[in-house]
Design a protein around this ligand. Sequence first.
Ligand SMILES: [Zn+2]
Length: 255
Amino acid sequence: MYYDLHTHHFPEGNGDICTIVNVSTKDLQENLLLPPPEGDRLTHDNFALKSGVSYPPLEGAGGGNNSNIFYSIGIHPWHIQKDNIEKKLDLIEKYALFPHVKAIGECGLDKCCKTDFELQKEVFSSHISISEKAGKPLIIHCVKSFDELISFKKESRPAQTWIIHGFRGKPQQAKQLIKQGFYLSFGMNYNEQSLQNIPIERMFFETDDSGCDIRIIYENAAKTLNTPEKNLIRQIEQNVNSVFTPKSPKGDFGF
Ligand SMILES: [Zn+2]
């Protein structure tokens, strides 16, 4: 089985790909009570249809022909808007408990976007709390904010796994993040030395919004790592099993 840690598209074809599709609160809110929309892009209707759940309300049991499709839910730092933030966070907290929602995010910190950085930190902190309470990993978007991200990890001492998605940093940064307990997920473009210099037990792969086939990304990574692809497939499966096996949540929101 190939695992696509983070994508904005549904996988095509046969059942050898297991995917975590990113759901934004925008997708949910806009479609929650509307008639089923058409098209391929992720919508509430697709969410319901593809995971085999009823519509509405969402029931997270999944099943049908799409049992390899799972979800992550969160607010991307680019899309944070102050006015309705509490409502959106409530929604995430609610959906976080559905069994087919496997991770919280993508969420995080980005110094290259217009959203106020203090507001980003507040919202990221809320995602950390939801991840701890739901007992599910965090999928993190981080741009030029790694010092702050590491501070957050040291202060909150999370029980859940933190995965930095779309990692393109240099080997030194990769090593520093590994030392702090992070996992790194690699997509179409990455620094080859970074991939070569981290433990294979801490890596994932993803297609994100590239529209690329996850199997190609595995193939490229196996070449970069100079390892047979079947070994990589086996190892990533083990990583998935160790990270996505539910860990006990802390039980309340406070740290
Ligand atoms: Zn993404």
